[in-house]
Design a protein around this ligand. Structure first.
Ligand code: 6CS
Ligand code: FE
Length: 319
């Protein structure tokens, strides 16, 4: 830790706030500590997941389904993605993220706010029901995005725990959120599928390095602060191994907010386009960021709209 002369105030993010159960980016050395929150909050009786599926998620921190959604249901989402990619004005929108070393589109955030096929997918009753069961409460959409990962151009997402960033930069208090990745295109072993370290969700890797102002502008293109050190990663991967769920369009992976994950660049010709929706328990709303900086914008981390995701669908049906 940097030494300070007497009377100096500590830089933002180097003093642990009371109630911060997962301090990170504060100490000079990385550490791995046990998870302090349950993984599965609901019961098998709540449905739709079976006791065996809940136990698998509890142990591994993810659950994948081949062909959960029929590909025809995803056609309007692919058409919307094509429209967005063709729209030059999207590239300069704050929600758009451009690849670090080209002008290719990497991500578009807050797709659930677009009143469109992608928004309907984020609030899909089958997905919301699974998230509600895993989190044992109503859920709202904390974040959504489409990761385009185009052929030849789509770059990697380095290893990270989403929760580490959501806790430090967004003030998410507890590990009670789940991500859902829906494949709009096939995810193959070759086109940069999601890779996970099963079981890593039970360990919190505290990272080294102070969070810069407006970190998201760089981190969403290529993350360099809030990434685990290589020794911690080697330990987790050595202990637990790696999985890379693959499947056709319509396959779906749910993964815990603290599972270690990443993905490789896509140097094949086929895009790997996935829609990610993050459901957070309504009992786990964001507080002030634990790094002491201003919160990130709402299109990355929701702070205003806590409508249960299930009610969004009902409201659309009755509209
Ligand atoms: O900073 C975030 O919130 C995002 N960053 C990564 C690399 N994954 C999750 C999330 O979209
Ligand atoms: Fe992630």
């Amino acid at each position: 830790m940097r030494s300070m002369s007497s009377g100096a105030t500590a830089p933002a993010g180097t003093v642990r706030r009371p109630g911060d159960r997962y301090p990170s980016r504060m100490a000079a050395e990385p550490s791995i500590t046990p998870r302090l929150d349950p993984v599965v909050h609901g019961q098998a009786d709540d449905g739709p997941l079976s006791a065996a599926e809940l136990a698998f998620f509890d142990q591994n921190g993810y659950l994948d389904f081949q062909s959960l959604l029929p590909p025809q249901e995803l056609q309007p989402c692919l058409a919307e993605l094509d429209r967005l990619r063709a729209d030059e004005s999207i590239r300069t929108a704050p929600e758009a993220v451009i690849e670090p070393d080209s002008h290719a589109l990497r991500s578009i955030f807050a797709v659930h706010q677009r009143q469109s096929a992608l928004a309907a997918l984020c609030a899909h009753p089958r997905l919301v029901a699974i998230a509600r069961q895993l989190l044992g409460s109503d859920v709202y959409i904390h974040q959504s995005r489409i990761n385009y990962k185009g052929g030849f151009q789509g770059r990697e997402f380095y290893w990270h725990s989403d929760f580490e960033t959501w806790h430090v930069e967004d003030g998410m208090p507890a590990m009670r959120a789940v991500s859902c990745s829906v494949s709009l295109t096939p995810n193959t072993p070759h086109n940069g599928p999601l890779m996970l370290v099963p079981g890593s969700h039970r360990h919190f890797v505290a990272c080294v390095g102070e969070t810069p102002q407006d970190h998201y502008k760089a981190s969403l293109r290529r993350q360099e602060v809030g990434v685990p050190d290589e020794a911690s990663l080697a330990q987790l991967i050595g202990d637990f191994g790696l999985v890379a769920p693959i499947g056709p369009a319509g396959s779906v992976t749910f993964f815990d907010c603290n599972v270690m994950h990443g993905s490789n660049s896509n140097i094949t010709s086929a895009p790997r386009s996935n829609v990610f929706t993050v459901y957070n328990s309504v009992d786990n709303r964001l507080e002030a960021p634990f790094c002491g900086l201003q919160p990130r914008p709402n299109f990355i981390a929701e702070r205003e709209d806590f409508r249960p995701a299930s009610s969004i669908v009902e409201a659309r049906r009755s509209a």
